[in-house]
Design a protein. Structure first.
Length: 268
């Protein structure tokens, strides 16, 4: 699970970047060097006899493409360094092989979430059903594009969803559009307990604390803001632990409110 430095853009007056003072209320979210550390990886879930992987990291996706080529394809810029990470090795350390995975769920189809979906033109998780929102598949899986060529080998193992969908006992997909047309959150439940995997609805907890902040890369920034604000209102109060796909260490946390202000606390 590699990490990287990332810049959050203020969607209000400061669209070209942030001043140092903009971060003063949020210094606890930065590392000792004043950088925002974010992770790339996936979440493993067991539901009965099923093993589900939510998102598939960067993998060995070609990140050498030019800014212009990626922009035309509607993709993230190639700012992610490294060798694609060690998702498969970390899974092996937990006793899980690619052939053990029964379901691969994509919160959306940006390159840093689909990297280990295929390798050398073949699905990595040979026994899995690959799942995503039908709108993201229609938008990204186009022949002759970098993402399309990476994803199309999955077609024979693909099932798309539309709307809120039950994937497995205690695992549901909920639409959260804006970052991409079919962005989704994954809702986990066991009895009365719930947790949420936010995908890229939120890249950093600061976006939950201040509605004026937004992550870079939203295809529809206005819709993404509405989705993010509605989700923040839903989880405010700290009863439901949530984790964003890029939160440091992929940690869960809670959104609390006291004295009219929101605060973020890591820990489930």
């Amino acid at each position: 699970m590699p990490s990287y430095a990332y810049t959050i853009a203020n969607s209000g007056s400061n669209t070209q970047g942030l001043r140092a003072e903009d971060w003063l209320p949020h210094l606890a979210l930065l590392d000792k060097d004043g950088m925002l550390e974010q992770a790339i990886g996936g979440f493993l879930i067991r539901s009965g006899d099923r093993v589900l992987l939510v998102d598939a990291g960067l993998g060995e996706f070609d990140s050498s493409l030019s800014e212009e080529a990626l922009a035309k394809a509607g993709l993230m810029s190639p700012w992610i360094p490294g060798d694609g990470g060690h998702l498969l090795a970390e899974m092996a350390s937990l006793g899980v092989s690619p052939d053990d995975v029964t379901d691969v769920l994509f919160t959306h189809l940006h390159t840093d979430h689909i990297g280990w979906a295929t390798h050398s033109g073949r699905p990595v998780f040979r026994n899995a059903t690959y799942r995503c929102d039908e709108r993201d598949w229609a938008h990204f899986a186009c022949p002759g594009t970098p993402v399309g060529d990476h994803l199309l080998p999955l077609s024979g193992q693909l099932e798309t969803w539309s709307g809120t969908t039950s994937i497995a006992p205690g695992v549901d997909a909920q639409p959260a559009p804006g970052h991409t047309p079919g962005s989704a959150m994954i809702i986990l439940s066991a009895g009365a307990e719930r947790a949420m995997l936010l995908g890229d609805v939120v890249h950093c907890p600061v976006e939950l604390l201040d509605d004026e902040w937004a992550g870079m890369g939203d295809l529809d920034p206005v819709l993404a803001a509405r989705t993010r604000e509605a989700m923040a209102r839903e989880i405010e109060g700290g009863q439901v632990p949530v984790a964003g796909a890029h939160f440091p260490g992929m940690q869960f946390g809670r959104l609390l409110r006291a004295e009219g202000k929101r605060s973020w606390v890591f820990g489930d």
